[in-house]
Design a protein around this ligand. Structure first.
Ligand code: BYC
Length: 311
């Protein structure tokens, strides 16, 4: 009772819960679920853009893309480390990902067909990620909140590089401009789906907001993203593919159409355009990396034995 009261006091005072503090089992389970899913998204998220590293149109674009994809790997590592502070085992989380027992973001199950997709992922997908993750810098679990601070700084850079790439293409030829518009048409609705199902259908939001794990609901953040993106689209000179999109002066927000939630459910359920390919690729990388893990473990053991001998 005392421990629970202390936990509630920490939440009410908007302080952080730390790894050694008492916490309800459901709070721990929810965090492991969300953080693991988030970590898996960063790691799987390397694949769609990684597809273009060897075919980037210039050395400059290749260097930028390499750095960005490498950042995503780093984000995955911070997040797996945050999950470990809750008692999760990283090898077990990876096993759950490659056997389809844990989710990752729906957005990474769509193909990257042209180099404009690299720009649109930076602009829209990283833009959506920022909207979702900036509030998570104030999430109630300390290690997750602290990981998010660095992640958000890097995501802001990613978003800017995407926008800069698109602005360059929009100032190019007609063929480049239509490539950008085609990519925007394909990625707009999946980007809106990143925020999760509508609040009325979101099983976890109410509990997670009460625990201050989530600081906003899915619909609040989706609205914020639309409001933020519309003027950027106008500045770029692209059209967002939604005939219902318009400013609503009364609400002080943009009205917008309804994403295809059947498609969302299909993609989350494993039946998107690239689900099988993404998981198979991750599984192969994991299996082919076995010798690296074995070598690192053997090296650590040898070093520990040498140090024990010297002592
Ligand atoms: N895709 O009750 P709800 C990145 C699941 S990384 C797949 O609203 P919650 C980036 C949800 O898990 C992007 N599944 O859930 C990386 C739940 O299923 P379970 C990832 C989704 O957790 C590289 C069920 O649907 N970002 O940005 O309260 C390059 C019901 O949903 C999705 C994060 O993970 C989805 N889109 O809210 C570039 C951020 N949406 O687990 C960029 C952290 C929902 O009950 N996560 N589901 O079986 C969150 O903020 C929350 O987990 C969500 C969902 C808003 C995503």
């Amino acid at each position: 009772m005392e421990l629970e009261a202390e936990f509630e006091r920490v939440l009410a005072a908007d302080q952080r819960v730390e790894p050694r503090d008492w916490m309800p089992d459901g709070y721990r389970r929810t965090l492991v679920r969300q953080i693991a899913q988030h970590a898996h998204s960063e790691i799987i998220g390397m694949q769609p853009e990684g597809n273009w590293i060897s075919r980037a149109p210039s050395l400059r674009r290749k260097a930028i893309l390499l750095a960005k994809v490498q950042d995503e790997a780093g984000h995955g590592l911070y997040l797996y480390a945050a999950a470990e502070t809750l008692g999760a085992d990283r090898a077990d989380l990876t096993e759950r990902l490659i056997t389809g027992r844990q989710k990752y973001s729906s957005i990474f199950n769509y193909p990257t067909l042209t180099f404009a997709d690299v720009g649109v992922i930076g602009w829209l997908v990283d833009g959506a990620a920022i909207c979702n993750q900036v509030p998570l810098c104030r999430t109630s679990y300390g290690p997750y909140a602290r990981a998010m601070i660095r992640v958000c700084k890097e995501e802001s850079f990613h978003q800017r590089q995407g926008y800069e790439l698109l602005a360059t293409m929009m100032a190019g030829t007609d063929a480049q401009r239509s490539m950008v518009q085609d990519a925007v048409d394909r990625w707009w609705w999946p980007s809106l789906m990143m925020f999760g199902p509508p609040d009325a259908e979101s099983a976890n939001t109410e509990r997670s907001v009460a625990w201050r794990i989530k600081r906003n609901t899915n619909d609040e953040l989706r609205q914020k993203f639309v409001d933020m993106t519309v003027p950027q689209a106008a500045k770029l000179g692209v059209t967002l593919p939604d005939p219902e999109l318009r400013w609503n002066a009364e609400r002080g927000h943009h009205d917008f159409g309804t994403p295809d939630w059947d498609e969302f459910r299909r993609v989350v359920g494993g039946d998107g355009p690239c689900n099988a390919q993404r998981v198979a690729h991750r599984r192969t990388a994991h299996e082919e990396g076995e010798w690296v893990r074995a070598a690192a473990t053997a090296h650590a053991a040898k070093r520990a034995a040498r140090e024990a001998g010297a002592a």
